[in-house]
Design a protein around this ligand. Sequence first.
Ligand SMILES: Nc1ncnc2c1ncn2[C@@H]1O[C@H](COP(=O)(O)OP(=O)(O)OP(=O)(O)O)[C@@H](O)[C@H]1O
Ligand code: SF4
Ligand SMILES: [Mg+2]
Length: 328
Amino acid sequence: MAAPLLEVRDLVMHFPVKSRGVIARTVGHVKAVDGVSFTVEAGQSLGLVGESGCGKTTTGRLITRLQKPTSGQILFEGQDIAQAGPRVLKPLRREIQMIFQDPYTSLNPRQTVGEIVGAPLVIHKLVPASQRLARVQELLEVVGLNPEHYNRYPHEFSGGQRQRIGIARALTLQPKLLVADEPVSALDVSIQAQVINLMQDLQREFNIAFLFIAHDLSIVRHFCPEVAVMYLGKIVEKAPRDELYEHPKHPYTKALLSAVPNIEQAVLGGRRERIRLQGDVPSPINPPSGCRFRTRCWKAQDICATTEPPLQKVGAGADVAACHFPEQ
Ligand SMILES: Nc1ncnc2c1ncn2[C@@H]1O[C@H](COP(=O)(O)OP(=O)(O)OP(=O)(O)O)[C@@H](O)[C@H]1O
Ligand code: SF4
Ligand SMILES: [Mg+2]
């Protein structure tokens, strides 16, 4: 059997925390990503969901190798790129692209749209200069922008249009994998659906695999047949979409879901009970012992403080969860 497009094994990113003073010493580590494993098959999409600060963006930046992980493996078509140097990475940069959260800061304001979208073609010397403009215009058309606007600057576009420019830039090199980091959270709700639909069409047309990062479970539901939930640097549950939404196994997933309005249930009159999590997310510098969720979990017992629950199969389906007392 062929290797999956992307397989991440036990990925770790610890950022050193330095003391102030003339001689800065490392006084601790932010455990931003702390042993994360998952697989994305070609043309498929995995949703990665969790509260602010749980390590989603860091995971995305490691996979696209904008950052080098502390440890762990990132197997792209079977090749481990976790510690690869620039020579190995350059050709891979074509295959793995990222769409950023903020369409206002991720585009260079001094470059025209044509320069932004065409830059990867120049860097990778893919298309002769004489054909570059035609390719850029083709890409603008694919993402629903006016191809005649290649000479305009980012500030002349709305937020939704800018995100389309970011998507066009990511598509320029015909990647196999797109890491989309909260691609619509900065946009008006009315525009979000359009941009999501665009990405879905592109995914089907070009068979692109997605790692779709969001903090809102309702957005990934439409996009991803499989969803992983992160908490404080770890995946606490991963499951096929319907199983996760209908029968969450981990208390944290249940709490996240209770905040998502469910139209079907509202119509039937049976609102999901809203779970209010106590306290704040603990610091990733010094996460709780045992289960990291235990300081906010209403089901916590003694064992939760002493023994870390492994991510394992719960129930009859494909659902895996890291909890000593999963929901049944
Ligand atoms: N370069 C860095 N140096 C030190 N700490 C960092 C760095 N980048 C991220 N962190 C920390 O790592 C943790 C995870 O951050 P990350 O941005 O990955 O979270 P996130 O899930 O994307 O959050 P959000 O939903 O707010 O985007 C946070 O505590 C953050 O402060
Ligand atoms: S292991 Fe314990 S603390 Fe952690 S989620 Fe399960 S019940 Fe709650
Ligand atoms: Mg983020």
